[in-house]
Design a protein around this ligand. Structure first.
Ligand code: UDX
Length: 437
């Protein structure tokens, strides 16, 4: 099938590579001409494991191309994916300006029967808006443009795998022929065992927000447990293990730490709260998820203060700046929120991250950065583990201790085991677990 993907960000570019790998003819387009010209030269705008190889292979095989002029590709498309960003407004409501611009382009340019797919996370009820705009832009010409919701469930750092081996494919539509097009589009994945769930559009749009909010709830529940464990001298990692052994709970997303970040959970929670309010349903639980997440950063800051007394004239190293391992993405990144709090307190803050340093320095100008963790730790009074990059586990602890002014580690992601850190001669404060007295 002929597919156009509007928006070549984390979701759009993975969608381009995946659909081309399924055998479709895919054209990716974006309003950012610089991004498109770099993609045409095989340069991706962000780090995502396996994505550059996937895009390169599909482009080489002639199934994937990029253009900054969507009017070339949309008229012949069978399916057009809307993969533009939907960032939160100051009110928390999802900003759908880019969605409207993309939809107007499709309404104007599409010729024959075309499925218009909402891939970006949008609040329930957006499809009605899209339908209306498609009709407006159709200039009165009767076009068969059918809106479908097909939310993404990609995790950064494993997006290619999540896309090629999805837990489920969710399709919300109103007409049989649109369901038929989507079944044909994803036929290889369905034949490979992927579960296809078909619903009406509102249900599919809402299920995405509901899923992300629940995942964030699990994380905040674990972080609230960490606060209680710190007071009860219990071990939140062990508590989570006990809970996760119950198949009704499951072990995933119960890791207490510095809290969730990224381009999805924070904005989707705000958008879901706004949607609930717009439907006149008060949903205080969603506010609590965000409050507990913010609290996790304050709790870590307090651990640093308790060990340093004053922050002025102190050097603090942040190991990890990305919102999670496996990505260079620092959007809503908890490590940068902590950096800002430490800088406000008068500390000198040095960050080290395998992938995210350039993005982090752009986002947090006061942050120093070092490509070498031992250089970053020189003369440091505290080292905070902020992102659980696996390579940090093999750091030479004794070398770290020798270069630091004060051998003090706050492990905001429980990356290490207390015994090994204490044995290496550090004062150690983990998260939700007993540390140094
Ligand atoms: C998430 C959802 O998982 C995905 O389904 C959706 O499509 C997009 O949003 P992503 O934000 O890329 O994916 O990463 P994820 O692995 O979900 O982690 C989100 C945040 O939660 C990260 O900051 C991570 O560090 C944090 N997290 C995750 C925890 O703090 N504890 C956990 O147990 C799991």
């Amino acid at each position: 099938m002929r597919v156009v993907v509007i928006g070549t960000g984390h979701v759009g570019l993975v969608t381009c590579g995946t659909l081309a790998a399924l055998g479709h003819e895919v054209v990716g387009t974006d309003a950012d001409q610089e991004k498109i010209s770099r993609l045409q030269s095989g340069i991706l705008p962000f780090h995502e494991p396996d994505l550059d190889a996937l895009v390169e292979e599909q482009a080489k095989d002639g199934r994937l191309g990029f253009t900054d002029d969507a009017s070339e590709a949309i008229p012949n498309a069978d399916v057009v994916f809307i993969c533009v960003s939907t960032p939160p407004r100051s009110t928390g409501e999802a900003n759908l300006v880019a969605v409207e611009q993309a939809v107007r382009l499709v309404g104007h340019q599409a010729s024959g029967r075309t499925v218009v797919v909402e891939k970006s996370t949008v609040p329930a009820g957006t499809a009605q808006r899209i339908r209306h705009v498609l009709l407006q832009e159709g200039n009165g010409v009767r076009k068969e443009l059918e809106v479908v919701s097909n939310p993404e469930f990609l995790r950064e750092g494993s997006a290619v795998r999540d896309s090629l081996e999805p837990d489920r494919i969710l399709v919300g539509a109103e007409r049989d022929w649109a369901f038929g097009v989507m079944r044909e589009l994803y036929a290889p994945l369905i034949a490979n065992g992927a579960r296809l769930i078909e619903t009406d559009i509102n249900t599919a749009e809402l299920a995405k927000h509901a899923s992300n909010a629940f995942l964030a709830l699990k994380i905040s529940y674990a972080n609230a447990l960490a606060r209680i464990c710190e007071r009860a001298e219990a071990d939140v990692v062990a508590v989570a293990e006990v809970m996760g052994a119950d198949p009704r709970i499951g072990p995933d997303f119960l890791r207490a730490g510095l809290g969730y970040g990224g381009s999805c959970f924070p904005k989707d929670l705000q958008a879901f709260q706004h949607l609930a309010a717009s439907l006149h349903y008060d949903f205080p639980l969603l506010r609590e998820i965000g409050r507990i997440n913010d609290e996790a950063i304050e709790a870590t800051l307090e651990k640093v203060r308790a060990g340093l007394w004053n922050l002025e004239h102190k050097r603090v190293v942040l190991l990890g700046l990305a919102f999670k391992p496996g990505t260079d993405d620092v959007r809503f990144s908890p490590p940068l929120a902590l950096a800002a709090r430490l800088l406000d307190g008068g500390a000198t803050v040095v960050g080290h991250d395998p992938q995210a340093m350039a993005n982090a320095k752009e986002e947090c100008p006061g942050l120093l950065a070092s490509t070498d963790p031992y250089e970053a730790a020189e003369g440091a009074h505290c080292l905070v583990v902020c992102t659980e990059w696996p390579e940090f586990r093999s750091l030479d602890l004794r070398r770290l201790r020798d270069v630091m002014a004060q051998p003090f580690i706050v492990d905001a992601r429980n990356l290490f085991e207390p015994e090994e850190i204490l044995a290496a001669g550090f004062s150690y404060q983990p998260t939700g677990r007993p540390g140094s007295p």
